[in-house]
Unconditional design. Structure first.
Length: 115
């Protein structure tokens, strides 16, 4: 199982970023997917969820209305569009697949929101 996040970077408050998580090694189209984040000194927290066919999504209250999770099953990739970014969104962002013992995580991509 392999999950590789990309798209992070430095952005000013109010800006946007689009994250991608390319996957392989498991049946992506049958698997729900999630994004999590971990800020310095804090525990990893849930950000967004998408069902296997993309018909159901769920978001943390802190990102609802600003972030959008989506997926392309043909490309076995999940995305996170982040708009109206705030300094509090600064964190390492991880994608997660409930596959394998304890689930599978990517290596993370750093998002820094700062002026």
């Amino acid at each position: 199982v392999q999950l590789v996040e990309s798209g992070g970077g430095l952005v000013q408050p109010g800006g946007s970023l689009s994250l991608s998580c390319a996957t392989s090694g498991f049946p992506f189209s049958t698997s729900e997917m999630s994004w999590y984040r971990q800020a310095p000194g804090k525990e990893r927290e849930f950000v967004a969820f998408i069902s296997n066919l993309g018909r159901s999504t769920n978001y943390a209250d802190s990102v609802k209305g600003r972030f959008t999770i989506s997926r392309d099953n043909a490309k076995t990739t999940v995305y996170l569009q982040m708009n109206s970014l705030k300094p509090g969104d600064t964190a390492v962002y991880y994608c997660y697949a409930p596959w394998g013992p304890g689930g599978s995580w990517g290596q993370g991509t750093q998002v820094t929101v700062s002026s």
